[in-house]
Ligand binder design. Structure first.
Ligand code: SF4
Length: 192
């Protein structure tokens, strides 16, 4: 047998190999596919990459005992989700590698002015520094009246850009907070 590339994908690698070797591998493939998620907990979530917001199911292994660290073992499209109906693009299909990635950032980092590297800081330190810099920037750039003498009360030195994983509730708080500071440059992903 000399399968073409098209036939290879059409039959599937398992089908071609079993045809070449003369026995049927389908039961073994079916069993291994089932085993992968047979003992997992399913969590429905949303792909974080952008505003299509495809639904995903995250499969986590672990019996929820306190001394067990749950482990994500598989992510797939949610067949019941009205947006993607089980499909995922290549980026969404790689979510498993995004979650289990040793290069994933799990703590705040800062690059100081003039520095050529990022340094880890604690969450408390990050919140403290952000609060202090927001106040300083607002104090330095707040505009009470425009060139025609009209009251505008706006902060022109801060901008907010939201990501696609921001929920409606989060963005509601963002808008309230930023508007209360007088921030005009406010942008979110397409869904809000
Ligand atoms: S699966 Fe792909 S298309 Fe869907 S939200 Fe994620 S990145 Fe966007």
């Amino acid at each position: 047998m000399n399968p073409t590339r098209r036939a290879f994908f059409k039959i599937g690698a398992g089908g071609v190999i079993s045809s070449i070797l003369g026995f049927d591998l389908k039961p073994a493939y079916a069993q291994s596919a089932g085993l992968k998620i047979s003992r997992t907990t399913e969590t429905r979530s949303t792909c974080p990459y952008w505003s299509v917001s495809c639904g995903v199911i995250i499969h986590t292994l672990g019996d929820k005992a306190k001394n067990v660290t749950p482990q994500v073992v598989h992510v797939e499209g949610d067949p019941d989700h009205p947006i993607n109906r089980g499909t995922l693009c290549p980026k969404g299909s790689s979510l498993h590698q995004d979650i289990l990635n040793e290069r994933r950032l799990t703590k705040p980092q800062v690059r100081r002015p003039g520095s050529d590297h990022w340094e880890d800081i604690s969450w408390d330190q990050a919140i403290d520094e952000i609060g202090r810099l927001v106040k300083k920037t607002r104090d330095d750039t707040f505009v009470e009246k425009d060139a025609q003498g009209r009251t505008v009360n706006r902060c022109e030195g801060i901008a907010w850009n939201g990501g696609c994983t921001d929920t409606n509730e989060f963005n509601y708080l963002v808008v309230k907070t930023m508007r209360s500071l007088g921030v005009c440059y406010l942008e979110n992903q397409a869904r809000v």
